[in-house]
Ligand binder design. Sequence first.
Ligand code: SF4
Ligand code: SF4
Ligand code: SF4
Length: 355
Amino acid sequence: MSINRRQFLRGVAATGASAAAVAAAPEEAAAALQREPRGRAPEALGLLYDSTLCVGCKACVAACKSANGKPPEISADQSDWNAGTWDSAKGLSAKTYNIIMVYQNGTMAAKDAETDGFAFIKRQCLHCVDPSCISCCPVSAMQKDPVTGIVSNDPNRCIGCRYCVYACPFQVPKFEFEGAFGRISKCELCRHRLAKGELPGCVDSCPTGATLFGRVADLRTEAHRRITLKPGDTYAYPRGDISGKYGEHREPHEKVITAAYREEVYGETVLGGTQALYLSAVSFDKLGLPYGPDIPTSGYASQTEGIQHFLYTGMIAPAAALTGLILLARRNVDKHHSEADEDAEDSQGGSHGNA
Ligand code: SF4
Ligand code: SF4
Ligand code: SF4
């Protein structure tokens, strides 16, 4: 059975009081009701972004727009002299599925240094192993491919409720406000290009191999190899597809390691794991990623669906459960962001903004 936007929103309004009760549920109760977390598909595809290799050229931002038919975005505060000539998006949006942000501290003299340094971070959908956006979508517009694990969204099914916008812990899905019927937009790992044997646009355009494509299993092996490297070592970084199956062959990028890697691969376990993995020399929370003791190693979806199942049994309307559980999922993320902001203020003026 399908429902339209009006029917759906009416259902949510009618059950709002129950939703508030769900949101107020103690964390211990939520943990007790948690369902089994989902695992990563063996052939799952993804990205490995190595912040130490990124030079901030933003070729990937332009290539992403080209690959997805998206126009440049001109910031309102861009000065008149170059208005209309440059893409100057300040964050992810319905027109920008991929963006390079920068962490800055003090004099910004050294790349990949937390103090008096700077570092880049690429943001796009992380194709979560157990995605909140899918869990909260009432009409299954968000789908996860069982083989590749790519999280896609179907605009023909989307009713514009924007639950996914609020539920995503990485703040990725964006609502397209232009036009009579809005729609949700986000990175779909360029599945239309993969179907033709081509690389994702951002990978294809990256000159240094900072964004590498491949099976997540292979990318994890590569990432663990890198974190054993020490400053002064030389390493031949693969570029393009780590397996060589997609896109043209390209020579590796040889580089002397200058900054020590953090001995952790972001995305292996955080929030149940992601198919976009990250390496960095700077703490991941400085790069604006949810990170730290408050961020669980299982996805919020495993908590929320467990509670939702319990409420179904108690004959409480599912729309109320969804509403309340999005609030539950947001609680930790909002807390994380306010703490990260405080940290940035405490660390000699450190900040995180667009590159
Ligand atoms: S990052 Fe957000 S939009 Fe992407 S799969 Fe995860 S929950 Fe969904
Ligand atoms: S995979 Fe495609 S849509 Fe996603 S960030 Fe890269 S270029 Fe953009
Ligand atoms: S193309 Fe590669 S090096 Fe350039 S900004 Fe994007 S990830 Fe960084």
